[in-house]
Write a protein that binds this ligand. Structure first.
Ligand SMILES: *[C@@H]1O[C@H](CO)[C@@H](O)[C@H](O)[C@H]1NC(C)=O
Ligand SMILES: *[C@@H]1O[C@H](CO)[C@@H](O)[C@H](O)[C@H]1NC(C)=O
Ligand SMILES: *[C@@H]1O[C@H](CO)[C@@H](O)[C@H](O)[C@H]1NC(C)=O
Ligand SMILES: *[C@@H]1O[C@H](CO)[C@@H](O)[C@H](O)[C@H]1NC(C)=O
Length: 332
């Protein structure tokens, strides 16, 4: 059996410890979540119209009746670039569909890094959360933001090119990106064109216990107790984890082989208990005839990319940049 000893800087270990302790304390056995406790650690940042490290941001409302909005991150590039030329990333944050929002400090910081490293406009979607809102609220919100951008692309800066659009997400956000991609394939969007999908340690599951779930159950930041709870409050009442939203590669899912599904890059970590499900997703994309690349970091735990101080985070962004450049050059 592989040894799964994780060596991390103390600050990263401490953040993981505090986050895990407060998330454990916030989950109630009756299926509700104590936001008051979790918000002690989930601090928020306002948008910032001033350029900081080459990036500025603003918030855009999509539907006030359900408080659907996104945070827009724009790189402050030289005035030499005037035409619409930058790719647009529609990004869905992680957090088991329950934690964080687009203003959470680690999410905001990750999007800034994303914007700067890829020289891209980032649309970070603030979708509704569980347990207050179950499936398919999150997919509806993600889908509606795409439709909004298709009709209202003038809310984006003129340097944004929505015909070079990527869907991106990590963990639950990558689950969301997948399901939104499937829906968008069936739409007739006029201006938005999805040319790639970035799936970072996607949150998929099923009833069966996989080898990695059994082997890595005690490695931070996930546990089966935790993922089971979050699936239960997300999926429709009475459904099990073989529902197509979770078990995407199983028989309850949408057949994507006939769809114009975007080329996808899937990032996996050796210390992530979800890795076997993620691998099944990648293999299923290939079997369905889709373009898919796999990047497997043996020492990565679930959520490593949220810690820019880890050397792996830098590697991650340069690999991502390679993928993005390739998709853009394939267009021409
Ligand atoms: C769940 O438990 C909490 C705390 O024990 C309680 O305040 C809340 O009303 C309960 N909610 C439901 C729907 O049972
Ligand atoms: C585009 O924006 C207008 C004005 O804010 C709004 O009425 C319309 O619903 C938006 N389109 C979509 C698809 O959300
Ligand atoms: C789920 O369904 C059961 C029985 O079908 C019902 O008793 C329960 O109240 C439902 N829970 C919710 C949250 O709707
Ligand atoms: C769940 O996924 C596994 C592995 O991909 C598959 O063998 C199983 O049939 C699936 N179950 C359902 C009901 O989708």
């Amino acid at each position: 059996m592989a040894t799964t000893k994780l060596t991390l800087p103390w600050k990263v270990r401490l953040s993981i410890f505090v986050l895990s302790a407060l998330s454990d304390a916030s989950r109630r056995s009756n299926g509700t979540f104590n936001r008051r406790i979790f918000n002690l650690v989930d601090r928020k940042a306002p948008p910032n119209p001033n350029v900081v490290n080459g990036v500025y941001s603003s918030d855009v409302t999509v539907d006030p009746s359900r408080n659907l909005w996104f945070r827009l991150f724009i790189p402050s590039i030289s005035s030499a670039v005037s035409a619409a030329s930058l790719p647009v990333f529609v990004y869905f944050h992680g957090g088991a569909f329950t934690f964080f929002n687009a203003a959470s400090i680690p999410i905001d910081a990750f999007c800034r890094l994303f914007c700067r490293s890829l020289n891209a406009v980032v649309v970070s979607v603030d979708y509704r959360l569980t347990p207050e809102h179950r499936y398919p609220s999150q997919y509806d919100d993600g889908h509606d933001v795409l439709k909004f951008l298709d009709q209202n692309s003038t809310v984006l800066p003129s340097i944004a090119d929505v015909s070079k659009c990527f869907l991106a997400g990590d963990s639950a956000g990558a689950n969301l990106a997948h399901h939104v991609a499937v829906r968008v394939c069936e739409d007739k969007l006029r201006t938005v064109k999805i040319i790639g999908l970035v799936s970072v340690q996607p949150y998929f599951g099923g009833e069966e216990r996989t080898g990695s779930e059994l082997r890595l159950n005690r490695v931070p930041v996930l546990s089966l107790k935790m993922t089971d709870w979050h699936w239960k409050v997300f999926l429709p009442n009475g459904s099990d984890r073989d529902h197509g939203a979770a078990n995407v590669s199983g028989p309850n899912t949408v057949d994507i082989s006939g769809l114009d599904y975007p080329n996808t890059i899937v990032f996996l970590g050796g210390l992530d208990l979800l890795r076997d499900w993620q691998m099944k997703y990648y293999e299923w994309l290939r079997k369905s005839g889709k373009g898919a690349e796999l990047v497997d970091y043996p020492n990565a735990f679930h959520g490593f990319y949220l810690f820019p101080e880890l050397p792996l985070a830098r590697l991650f962004f340069s690999r991502l940049k390679e993928f993005v450049t390739k998709q853009i050059s394939n267009m021409n």
